[in-house]
Design a protein around this ligand. Structure first.
Ligand SMILES: *Cc1c(COP(=O)(O)O)cnc(C)c1O
Length: 391
């Protein structure tokens, strides 16, 4: 029996700072604080909303950038029994943090990777008939009976067997006690409550589920949980809402913020009217201007598309309690902020400005960079001092 390397996980402390990561605060350009209490509260809120369905958690992409180990460990302690990851390296980390949980691998199984599923007690999400045949062959040869999920495509056209394939497979899978532990599909437009594709996917999936009676089913991502009971099935699979992004974009955010990002001011300087700031001289001072230069840039996940020019506004930061706009292009390690609206002396070298938090949401930041909260999360830099707190 092979063993897995156990990664050290957060100590069982329920208050205050539970873990730190990255460089020390004094040496880092910024501090990223992850509120594990808010994460836990978000999972509980989604669980209540989905009851009696089981609430799983999607922790792919390093738990959307926040750290698989502390996130999975926290949610397992809350009672989460099922985790979804993207690949086997993430499954290894999730397994260390949640030794008893069911772990599904969304990218499925590749030829030769079967044994690693056995070692980790992970279950592939099977998305094609070819893959199913390969998995069957591995299970027959090895005697492994750890189970898998079958992903049925109902309109996303990404991964998953077709409805017709699912129908054709159903009698055999039901008759042979085949080790399919979960029947799964995925919404394409769940965040648009009025999109007709949602109803269509719910209806198609209902028809498939009837053919797989007795096997638990799962359809809803974060936004899907808010589409009502018909979308819940047996297991819901929230990801982004756990981390504080609004799963209902046309309504107030029901989730608590989890992420706070503060970055240090390296310098405050004056720029005379008519001068430009930053690469390309894309932003011109229209008056005597004060610029705060902060210690994070696109290498830290400040999107280059959040830069501003004379034609286009960009993102904002909260400086001394006021939203101030980015001035000019984002550099690799630096961002300039126009702080002219602040009183003299309100911001100084060494002060921290807020890039996420204090009411500046992941959704706001995504909009400011022409992207979405998901990408803001998964792009969060690795140079920050990281604090995991729970209070
Ligand atoms: C990423 C993912 C989820 C979670 O989606 P969110 O929108 O982040 O809640 C659920 N199911 C599948 C198949 C996914 O790929």
């Amino acid at each position: 029996m092979a063993t897995i390397d156990l990664i050290e996980t957060a100590p069982p402390v329920d208050t205050g700072i539970v873990e730190k990561d990255g460089p020390p605060a004094a040496q880092a350009g910024g501090t990223l604080t992850i509120d594990l209490g808010a994460l836990a509260a978000n999972w509980q809120a989604l669980r209540r909303r989905a009851t009696p369905s089981e609430c799983a958690a999607v922790v792919k992409a390093n738990a959307y950038g926040l750290g698989i180990e502390p996130v999975a460990h926290t949610l397992a302690k809350e009672g989460c029994k099922t985790f979804f990851v993207a690949d086997l390296s993430e499954a290894r980390r999730a397994r260390a943090a949640a030794p008893e949980a069911a772990i599904f691998v969304l990218s499925g199984v590749m030829p030769g990777s079967g044994p690693e599923f056995s070692v980790l007690r992970a279950k592939p999400v099977i998305g094609s008939t070819v893959e199913l045949a390969e998995w069957d062959a591995y299970c027959a040869a090895s005697g492994w009976r750890g189970g898998a999920a079958l992903h049925v495509d109902t309109g996303m056209n990404r991964l998953g067997v077709s409805i017709n394939e699912a129908a054709a497979l159903a009698p055999r899978i039901r008759a042979e006690n085949h080790g399919i532990h979960l029947l799964m599909s995925h919404f394409a437009c769940a965040e648009e409550a009025g999109n007709a594709l949602n109803e269509k996917q719910i209806k198609l999936f209902r028809e498939v589920r009837l053919l797989y009676r007795g096997i638990p089913s799962s359809l809803a991502n974060s936004s899907g949980i808010f589409l009502g009971d018909a979308a819940h099935c047996d297991v819901v699979r929230p990801g982004v809402a756990l981390y504080g992004v609004n799963p209902t974009p046309d309504k107030p955010n029901p989730m608590r913020p989890v992420v706070d990002l503060k970055v240090r001011v390296l310098q405050v300087r004056g720029v005379t009217r008519g001068e430009t700031v930053g690469y390309g001289g894309a932003w011109t001072a229209r008056r005597a201007t004060r610029i705060a230069v902060i210690a994070a840039g696109y290498a830290d996940g400040i999107f280059r598309s959040a830069g501003s020019s004379d034609e286009m506004p960009g993102g904002v930061a909260i400086v001394a309690d006021k939203r101030c706009p980015f001035a000019g292009r984002i550099s690799m390690d630096l961002t300039a902020i126009d702080v002219s609206e602040l009183p003299d002396g309100a911001v100084r070298r060494g002060d921290m400005v807020t890039l996420i938090g204090d009411g500046l949401t992941l959704d706001d930041v995504g909009r400011g960079a022409s992207t979405i909260g998901y990408e803001v999360l998964t792009s969060l830099g690795r140079r920050y001092h990281r604090v995991y707190r729970r209070d």
